[in-house]
Design a protein around this ligand. Structure first.
Ligand code: IPM
Ligand code: MG
Length: 355
């Protein structure tokens, strides 16, 4: 099969981790006779430097024209001073909205080889950690009006807004994701305080009637944050709004050992998806061959599975990651005693070689 992939390397460790994912994709292409064409697109700080804009329309257009988009990471201290609407992160929000990818899927799964890296007690880890956070990605407070003004002092506002239809479409993804798994869906909100959450909860319960095979539960977001560390085995699929999903997915990644291991997929109405690790650009270790490329490599696997309908190829990548971890290779973030400390580039080569 022939596929065009828009590649956004971004800032910080972005270029390094993306290189490793491309190494792995090239190996898959060779093994299965596919042709993956890469089209570079600029976004984030590097696009600000080059064009004065974190995502110029011509770069977004490259992504819209592709079969899918692979993204490293954006942002860094160099652009901390720029105004809010021109920050590198704004590029990320614009590409998500521009592609219409409202559904962000973030798996929290512990690799058996990395059980020691979890900060949770072994008796909690032993019960299993294997859940997915389905995060609404193009609505809520991230996309409401933001403003700062003077009224004797500075006042800022960020509007959190959700419509029924926005909630319904992500709710359906939650139910359908649960249907393919252990059939348990936990809807997370703050309905004791927020109107948007009360609407969220009512839409989830209306949808539940259409998915009688899925068990729906509700949880307040503060309680959920607690339950994720107390008893993560209770979760199968969590569905939640944009900002809660941002926070809970970082927490969920941490209990699996390292945020560097977690991929994500973002999809909307078409098969053109956005695939990115959930971590940031880690400017402190950029350019030192220290980053963990596995989150990005697993994001490439998700691209093959969800956008290109290549499940065998995706399995191959995931199995290769497992094999390399079995062999004891570890980047710094997942290093433990007796293991072999491995650079970003070597890790990518090892995984590609294991396919
Ligand atoms: C994420 C990140 C982004 C978000 C930032 C970089 C804008 O934290 O993908 O989780 O908040 O969505
Ligand atoms: Mg985040």
């Amino acid at each position: 099969m022939k596929k065009n992939i828009a590649v956004i390397r971004g800032d910080g460790i972005g270029p390094e981790i993306v290189n490793e994912a491309l190494k792995v994709l090239d190996k898959v292409a060779k093994k299965y006779g596919h042709e993956f064409n890469y089209v570079d697109a600029d976004m984030g700080g590097c696009a600000i430097d080059k064009y004065g804009d974190p995502l110029p329309q011509h770069e977004l257009d490259k992504c819209l024209a592709a079969d899918s988009v692979l993204l490293g990471a954006v942002g860094g201290p160099k652009w901390d001073g720029v105004p809010g609407n021109m920050r590198p992160e704004k590029g990320l929000l614009r590409i998500r909205a521009g592609m219409g990818v409202y559904s962000n899927n973030r798996p929290a799964k512990i690799w058996k080889q990395l059980a020691d890296a979890s900060p949770l007690k072994p008796e909690i880890v032993e019960k299993g950690i294997d859940f997915i956070i389905v995060r609404e990605l193009i609505g809520g407070i991230y996309f409401g009006e933001h403003k700062t003004y003077e009224e004797g002092e500075k006042i800022s506002e960020d509007v959190m807004k959700y419509s029924e239809s926005e909630i319904e479409r992500i709710g359906r993804i939650g139910f359908e994701t649960a249907r393919k798994r252990r059939k348990k869906l936990c809807s997370v909100e703050k309905s004791n305080v927020l109107d948007t959450s009360r609407l969220w909860k009512s839409v989830m319960h209306r949808l539940a009637a259409e998915y009688p095979d899925v068990e729906l539960s509700d949880m307040l977001v503060d309680n959920c944050a607690m339950q994720i560390v107390k008893n993560p085995a209770q979760f199968d699929v969590i569905v939640t709004e944009n900002m809660f999903g941002d926070i809970l997915s970082d927490e969920a990644s941490m209990i699996t050992g390292s945020i560097g291991m977690i991929p994500s997929s973002s999809l909307g109405a078409t098969s053109n998806g956005l695939y990115e690790p959930i971590h940031g650009s880690a400017p402190d270790i950029a350019g030192q061959n220290k980053a963990n490329p596995i989150g990005t490599i697993l994001s490439a696997a998700m691209m093959l599975r969800f956008s290109f309908d290549m499940p065998k190829e995706a399995d191959d990548i995931e199995n290769a990651v497992s094999k390399v971890l079995d062999m004891g290779y570890r980047t710094g973030d997942i290093m433990s005693e007796g293991m072999k400390l491995t650079g970003c580039s070597e890790m990518g080569t090892l995984i590609a070689d294991a396919i």
